[in-house]
Write a protein that binds this ligand. Structure first.
Ligand SMILES: O=C(O)CNC(=O)[C@H](CS)NC(=O)CCC(=O)C(=O)O
Length: 321
């Protein structure tokens, strides 16, 4: 992969962190994704990062299951593989992948890393599923509304493995995660211990938790893992029942923000009500520079890796439920 030589030692690679609003139509979503990738490549990006569930967001589980095919038959992913090869860019993207068992009604929430030759370099199936019940504030009459329940495991099969970080020239070693995984720092630490220098979080955060937790989780992960964090996110109303927070964001390993896109809070009031019109909207992206030399500097200055008390953690971990 080509990189821009800044001086004899340091190399920087331009990346693009993209934000889209997927709907239930994978063909439409492929068009939007391709448009963003082409624009970003034209602007100089060598790697483009798309959100979780970029292929579709659909409330209907049966339709979703039908659209979730194995990767070698997955039209959305194949479309991006062709584009990666044509433009010679790396693409990271979240999609829905079919199960091995054809009779299985659930499917995987998968993060695919595509090389600049169009080959799939790695794929990771989301380990932690978003099964939560968020309370709502009391109504004006004092009554308590029912909590907002999201049961990702009703339709998604959990992954069963950590994928070893993937070395990509100019980007360092990429650790693959997805969205809700960001609340389990163990995974980021394990990936870092396996050599990761950049952690990827294609995401589709909810509005309530996006507002209060998202950017802080991303930044803390960068600081604690001493790694770049690249977190591309779904943005806006996908259908009348589902809106994502947005705020695609990236940090370097010191916790410095490298770029950020709008959240639904930044959106002018009323805009999100025009759902149909906004489905036509193009995606957006920001450019950032990855210079993985700073990883060594930061990890030398604050040597967390050698100071971890693995001797103690291991013993405790074995003895707690
Ligand atoms: O598979 C799809 O169609 C899209 N996937 C998602 O939207 C996923 C599962 S519901 N969203 C999250 O994990 C939000 C996490 C979150 O908001 C938090 O941790 O607070």
């Amino acid at each position: 992969m080509s990189t821009t030589t800044v001086n004899a030692i340091r190399q920087k690679t331009t990346i693009a962190v993209a934000q889209i609003r997927s709907n239930d139509d994978p063909i439409h979503n492929l068009e939007i994704s391709k448009r963003v990738i082409k624009k970003a490549a034209k602007a100089g990006a060598k790697a483009i990062f798309l959100p979780e569930a970029s292929d579709f967001i659909n409330q209907n589980y049966e339709e979703s299951r039908k659209l979730s095919l194995p990767l070698n038959q997955h039209k959305y992913t194949i479309g991006l593989q062709e584009l990666a090869k044509q433009l010679k860019v790396i693409i990271s993207v979240g999609i829905h992948e079919g199960p091995e068992d054809e009779k299985e009604k659930r499917f995987y929430n998968t993060h695919v890393l595509i090389g600049d030759n169009g080959n799939i370099l790695a794929s990771y199936r989301k380990l932690h599923l978003y099964d939560v019940e968020l309370t709502k504030p009391p109504n004006e009459d004092g009554s308590i509304p029912p909590p907002m329940r999201t049961g990702e495991s009703d339709r998604i099969l959990p992954g069963q493995k950590v994928v070893p970080p993937v070395e990509v020239q100019g980007l360092g070693k990429l650790g693959l995660e997805i969205c809700y995984d960001i609340r389990f720092p163990e995974l980021s630490i394990i990936l870092t211990r396996l050599g990761a220098t950049t952690l990827l979080f294609p995401s589709a955060f909810m509005v309530k938790t996006g507002r209060d937790h998202w950017a802080t989780l991303c930044r803390s992960q960068a600081i604690q893992s001493q790694s770049f964090v690249i977190a591309s996110a779904q943005y806006g109303a996908h259908n009348p029942k589902r809106t994502s927070w947005g705020e695609s964001i990236a940090f370097d390993a010191w916790g410095k923000q490298l770029g950020r896109l709008r959240s639904v809070d930044d959106t002018p009031p009323g805009e999100d009500k025009e759902i149909e019109q906004l489905y036509e909207e193009e995606g957006e992206f920001f450019l950032a520079e990855i210079d993985d030399q700073i990883i060594k500097d930061i990890r030398n200055q604050i040597p967390l890796a050698v100071q971890r008390r693995k001797d103690i953690y291991g013993v405790v971990d074995e003895n707690i439920q």
